[in-house]
Design a binder for this molecule. Sequence first.
Ligand code: GRF
Length: 185
Amino acid sequence: MVKINSCVFISGKGTNLKKLILNSNNYNFPINVKLIICNNKNAEGLILAKKWSIPFIIFNNKNNLSENKILNTLKDYKIDLILLAGYMRLLSKKFIRSFGKNIINIHPSLLPKFKGLNTFEKVLKKKEIKTGCTVHFVNEKLDNGRIILKKFFYINKKDNVGTLKKKTQNLEYNAFSEAIFKITK
Ligand code: GRF
């Protein structure tokens, strides 16, 4: 199968990245993880890049790498899809426009509810009865692009920020991969 070359952007643990790498090792999964971009040199997710020998780039304000250089690298690696998997920095409008291909993001709430940070706190404060995750295309506005899919669960009285996070992340791993199948078929 001809796979789509993808680049995963991360900032932290990389548990979504791990699932994406494992899935991409399956013949039938439509993408390859060709490159990893991370804005945090201490991110745990970089251990995965090293483990699977996937090239990675640290892209933060400290190392003078410009968006143009990143765009050129994406071209060099023939990247046709960007996956934001816990990337805690906004991509500039110029970057999104210049890349010109699909960028998708996973967000830990049922969009359009609870955009931005601290979603679990917001969900509890609003006494929501259910929550979950959303995979969506990235456009120039925060957590606003066209929705590809959502997955949800019902909240129970004992739930707190920690349990909501765990339950949401468990949904995310399959949601991301399903969304990739959906947009590539
Ligand atoms: C995920 O919960 C995702 O929804 C959010 O950041 C988290 C990243 O987790 N955008 P991980 O780094 O994949 O473990």
